[in-house]
Design a protein around this ligand. Structure first.
Ligand code: FAD
Length: 359
């Protein structure tokens, strides 16, 4: 249990752990190989109310907060499979979607020109995950010329329903090496018509909405990397105890044991800052420093833990029967997406340390 957690939090951890245990490595391998959405997993999470954990009760959610969301993502990821991705890459939590779709590249490349009854959108965004499963897409578009004296104005958020059916949107797949059940796409907008009723928030005021939710994806991503890193540690511990070479379990050797223990210590520290970020987020306090630090540290320590788990597994570390290599691939990605660690460090350098802006 993390300091400050309640019995209710314990209950959430246990329930979610049980769900993760019902969907084994074979289930996930099948879905990744076939690029198939894990519908049964999703339905179970929905039935038990976990998908709506941070949605207010009046909208059918559980009305809990970021701490509970962090617990769920951590435990699903630690339980194996792609629960973290299910959460972080879907619009379950509006803020996460908003921040994700507001990448720098998209802001630069997609513009909306005013028409008599709305806007016409043109542009392209590469690397959009899971469009095939989306009922709606959040689009960030520039609706007014960039004005250096007022750089925060001029960007609008649009909710685009049924993106795969809409005229003006075309998709092409982008090959990546990450073992996900979701496909990545380049999305092209050619004269896509959107109207006033599709606008989220205020016209030209979309960046405020983005910033308001900027930290949610950092925290969700950190929880996912934390859980993935802890899974790598769990699997390494188990394998190091079982595998005997020259009459002794390999875990009895310090060359194997210490790196695993070191990773566990690092992840334990990263976990503290992750939950601190979540608590500040729930209290409505500025959690930018903690959310960015959590994202940075969990992605680095998680990747390192997975690398060590591969080493512990010897040759088996490179076979699909054992999860550790795909855990490493997923964790390595967290250093680059949804936001790169360089951008995270830019934030800390500029906003926390007052250093000059690099972009
Ligand atoms: C599998 C996958 C799924 C994805 N899914 C989505 C999605 O669903 N939605 C979405 O919007 N995006 C998605 N992305 C995109 C992802 O968010 C970007 O790839 C990521 O933010 C990095 O941006 P970039 O690729 O444009 O890199 P670039 O901006 O081209 O940067 C390249 C490198 O230079 C560094 N760099 C750039 N500028 C600076 C600077 N000023 N200071 C220091 N370093 C700098 C970057 O950190 C990076 O290491 C996905 C990417 C992948 C690989």
């Amino acid at each position: 249990m993390v300091a400050g957690e309640t019995e209710m939090h314990d209950m959430i951890r246990e329930s979610v752990r049980d769900i993760a245990a019902d969907f084994d490595h074979g289930y996930w391998r099948e879905h990744i190989e076939e690029k198939r959405f894990p519908a049964e997993y999703w339905a179970t999470l929905a039935e038990d109310g976990w998908l709506g954990v941070a949605i207010p009760e009046e909208y059918g959610g559980e009305g809990l907060g970021m701490v509970e969301m962090t617990i769920i993502i951590e435990e699903l990821s630690r339980g194996g499979g792609q629960g973290g991705i299910v959460f972080v890459l879907t619009p379950v939590f509006g803020g996460i979607g908003i921040e994700r779709h507001g990448s720098e590249a998209q802001k630069d490349e997609t513009t909306a020109e005013a028409t008599d009854d709305g806007w016409r959108v043109n542009g392209e965004k590469t690397f959009i995950s899971g469009v095939e499963n989306a009922d709606a897409m959040l689009l960030v578009a520039r609706t007014s010329e960039f004005d250096p004296s007022n750089p925060t104005q001029g960007v609008t958020l649009f909710v685009v329903d049924e993106p795969t059916e809409r005229a003006g949107i075309s998709l092409s797949t982008v090959e990546t090496t990450v073992p996900w059940f979701e496909t990545q796409y380049a999305v092209r907008f050619d004269d896509l018509e959107v109207s006033e009723s599709d606008v989220l928030g205020a016209v030209d005021g979309g960046l405020y909405l983005l910033w308001d939710t900027l930290n949610t994806e950092r925290i969700g991503g950190a929880a996912s990397a934390l859980g993935g890193g802890l899974r790598a540690v769990d699997l390494a511990v188990e394998y190091a105890g079982d595998r005997e070479v020259f009459g002794a379990p390999i875990g009895s050797h310090q060359a194997i044991q210490h790196p695993i223990a070191d990773s566990y210590a690092k992840l334990t520290a990263a976990r503290e800052v992750t939950y601190k970020a979540a608590k500040k987020w729930d209290a409505g306090e500025d959690c930018g420093m903690e959310a960015n630090a959590a994202k940075l540290l969990t992605s680095r320590f998680g990747t390192e833990a997975a690398d060590r788990a591969i080493q512990t597994h010897g040759g088996n570390g490179f076979t699909p029967e054992y999860e550790v290599f795909s855990i490493w691939q997923n964790l390595r990605l967290t250093q680059t997406a949804p936001v790169s660690n360089e951008m995270v460090l830019n934030y800390i350098g500029e906003h926390e340390l007052g250093m000059p802006r690099s972009y």
